[in-house]
Write a protein that binds this ligand. Structure first.
Ligand code: 3HC
Ligand code: NAI
Length: 647
């Protein structure tokens, strides 16, 4: 079947695009639209054309799978120009998302109408490129430079009502989109037509605007190259004639398409879309998830409950006693109240989210739960006792999950009847924000239970990644190696502050030592002490020396750094230098690039060991873990991608 079909309703023609899954602008679609313009231009009975899409969305953009290959005619900028020059006005009828090239096609149309819940946007920078078919040149002609800069440099889409207010679309259609778009077209052709977008004026801001914008964009980009280039393209659009700006945009687009950053971001884009639906589970029916319970309403439990509520699930919270129930519910309420403060939620929405949580101390309340997630203290005896109770009260087919960070899930489920329904679901703090969900099956976990873990990940809009069982699973195991390697550099005389600065310069939000000061050094210390107490040989770390001296991080007198009361800014510490002096044998002067390269190589080496042991299924999974759980810069593609790219 053709990806483009034409129909006529009186003197209005309808061009329907049907190119699943997202109507991406591959060659067949570009050619189909090109031919449609030619056919309709040749038909004098047609007075307007409505461009509409079948399926879940309007045209979602260029076909990203074509980006590795040489471009083939008809090129997208030519197609957009062809639509713009059509003899009758085209009306883009948008549902779902008109993104990137899809939005550029809509900009070639004389009018744009959209359903209220539709989005328009220029997400190209999230793929390491800039718009390549007039997005940076036509958009400011519709909504002004400021909004265009915001859209093209952040990549964030606008919902239809905002797009209407900004002048990007001409009407929001309530009810049936096609009927509404046809009615809009019938009315529009009775009035004088507006100029094509390319012929409209754009007002150029003064030089100070560009200086400020460049500073802000570069800061927000944290090392990603594309946003500043998108800004430059919009500046060109504001200051140069249309065709010159189009050439500039296209050149920049073609250049960026071939960069390492674009390759990295494309790899992440596809990995993120593959992760929630592992091929091996495609045929496996997950358990229905209508009612979920969480045991423990502390830091993690509250965050998990918030995530479940955001997905619309009613939740039961079980705590140890009434006071703990109250504390747990208050922890959850704090999350939603924060949403109100930040303007993300109305009071009523927050209240509805809170009302969906029932606190209890009675395990019998779990009799009808489809899934229970345990987030109690990280102590094997406490967790075992919880699962013993769950084994008694839950339905035999209810999925039972642990959020343990380091304990062996097999040991937690040792006495559980029907242990095929047991699984590790490792959330990251704050659990309602962090996208990563490590899914840890035991040898007994059934395919149905595993599929349910992934189904939950999809419901919560997480990036689920399967991990085998080892200490720390994928993410914390690599973190441990990274921290040890960073300590190794300190032992070789590399200043602590230089290491943190190097990793920030690399694109992480924080270096390894400032991050430990924020989270507290004592958790890992206690874990090492526990291992030592159980007879394991765990060499002394520099962190151990600091904790023993009372330096547990920001919450105490300091950690790797000193802190002035009320200020989170790390100050280089002479006390730390003295405490560690005997451990340091300076032999290395390293540049920031060498530091970052060394530490990323260490992460990748641990990642490779994890692959060799079949703990992770692919390097892409490891990269997703580090990007979505640990703030590894997305535009670097993750440690495995970055290390491979270095050769
Ligand atoms: N090209 C190729 N394949 C794409 C694609 C694209 N632009 N966008 C999505 N897909 C594929 C996905 O890989 C996935 O494939 P799979 O089923 O085999 O895993 C499938 O379409 C469905 O994607 P999602 O799971 O993301 O579907 P959703 O319904 O959740 O979301 C969407 C729909 C909001 C449109 C989302 O897919 C999206 O954001 N897509 C990317 C849009 C984008 O970045 N467009 C700009 C491209 S660059 C460009 O246009 C350059 C131009 O300026 C020249
Ligand atoms: P927390 O100490 O903040 O909360 C634990 C809660 O469990 C407390 O509210 C406590 O009252 C409750 N609890 C203890 N025993 C219970 C029982 N028998 N029945 C019901 N409730 C009980 O701990 P946190 O940080 O939330 O950690 C919970 C689990 O999540 C641990 O296994 C931890 O390793 C894991 N985890 C923690 C992360 C973090 O960043 N804090 C990240 C990922 C996992």
């Amino acid at each position: 079947m053709s990806v483009v079909t034409i129909a006529r309703q009186g003197d209005i023609a309808t061009v329907t695009v049907d190119n699943p899954p997202v109507n991406a602008l591959g060659l067949a679609l570009r050619q189909g639209l090109w031919d449609a313009v030619a056919e309709l231009d040749a038909d004098p009975s047609v007075r307007a054309v409505v461009l509409i899409c079948a399926g879940r969305t309007f045209i979602a953009g260029a076909d990203v799978t074509e980006f590795g290959k040489p471009p083939v005619e008809p090129h997208l900028p030519d197609l957009v120009a062809r639509i713009e020059a059509a003899t009758t006005p085209w009306v883009a009828a948008i549902h779902g998302s008109a993104l990137g090239g899809g939005f550029e096609v809509a900009l070639g149309c004389r009018f744009r109408v959209a359903l209220p819940d539709a989005f328009v946007g220029l997400p190209e920078v999230t793929l390491g490129i800039i718009p390549g078919a007039g997005g940076t040149v036509r958009t400011p002609r519709l909504c002004g430079v400021e909004t265009a800069v915001e859209m093209a440099t952040s990549g964030k889409p606008l919902r239809a009502p905002k797009a209407l207010a900004a002048g990007l679309i001409d009407a929001v259609i309530e009810g049936d989109l096609l009927d509404g778009a046809v009615a809009f077209a019938v009315e529009a052709i009775e009035k004088p037509l507006p100029l094509p977008v390319s012929a409209r004026e754009v007002t150029a801001p003064d030089a100070a605007f560009w200086t400020d914008a460049e500073k802000a964009v570069t800061k927000a980009a944290k090392g990603a190259a594309a946003p500043a280039r998108a800004l430059a393209a919009i500046r060109k659009a504001a200051e140069a004639p249309f065709t010159e700006a189009m050439d500039f945009e296209r050149e920049t687009f073609m250049e960026l398409r071939g960069t390492e950053q674009a390759a990295a971001l494309r790899a992440v884009f596809f990995a993120e879309r593959a992760a929630p639906r592992p091929v091996a589970l495609r045929e496996v029916e997950p358990a229905p998830l209508r009612k979920v319970a969480v045991i423990g309403g502390g830091t993690m439990g509250a965050g998990i409950i918030a995530a479940l509520r955001d997905a619309g699930l009613p939740v039961t919270l079980i705590e140890q006693d009434d006071a703990a129930v109250e504390r747990g519910l208050a922890n959850v309420a704090k999350v939603f109240d924060g949403g109100v403060k930040r303007g993300k939620l109305s009071e009523a929405q927050a209240q509805a989210l809170k009302d969906g949580v029932t606190g209890s101390t009675v395990y019998a309340a779990l009799a009808d739960a489809d899934m229970v997630i345990e987030a109690v203290f990280e102590e094997i005896s406490v967790k075992r006792a919880v699962f013993a109770r769950l084994g008694e009260v839950c339905r035999p087919d209810a999925v039972l999950a642990t959020n343990t960070s380091y304990l062996d899930p097999r040991a937690i489920a040792e006495d559980l009847p029907n242990s095929d329904r047991f699984i590790g679901l490792h959330f990251f703090s704050p659990a309602n924000v962090m996208k990563l969900l490590e899914i840890v099956p035991t040898p007994e976990t059934s395919a149905r239970t595993l599929a349910t873990g992934f189904a939950l990940g999809r419901m919560l809009k997480k990036i689920p990644v399967q991990s085998g069982i080892c200490e720390g699973f994928i993410g914390n195991r690599i973190l441990k190696r990274y921290r040890a390697a960073a300590e190794g550099l300190v032992r070789r005389g590399v200043p602590i502050a230089d290491i943190d600065a190097a990793m920030r310069g690399y694109g992480l939000a924080m270096g390894p030592f400032e991050a430990q000061d924020l989270g507290g050094l004592d958790i890992a210390y206690l874990q090492r002490e526990g291992a030592r107490a159980s007879g394991q040989s765990v060499p002394e770390t520099l962190g151990d020396i600091l904790v023993r001296a009372g330096r547990k991080g920001q919450k105490t007198s300091g950690g790797w750094y000193d802190y002035v009361a009320g200020d989170r800014k790390p100050q280089v510490s002479t006390a730390v230098a003295e405490l560690l002096a005997a451990q340091i044998r300076p032999d290395a002067a390293m540049t920031a690039a060498e530091i970052a390269q060394t530490l990323v190589a260490e992460m990748a080496a641990e990642g490779q060991a994890i692959l060799d042991e079949s703990i992770a299924a692919s390097p892409a999974d490891i990269d997703l873990v580090k990007i979505h759980g640990y703030g590894f810069p997305r535009w670097r593609g993750g440690p495995m991608f970055a290390n491979r790219a270095r050769g």
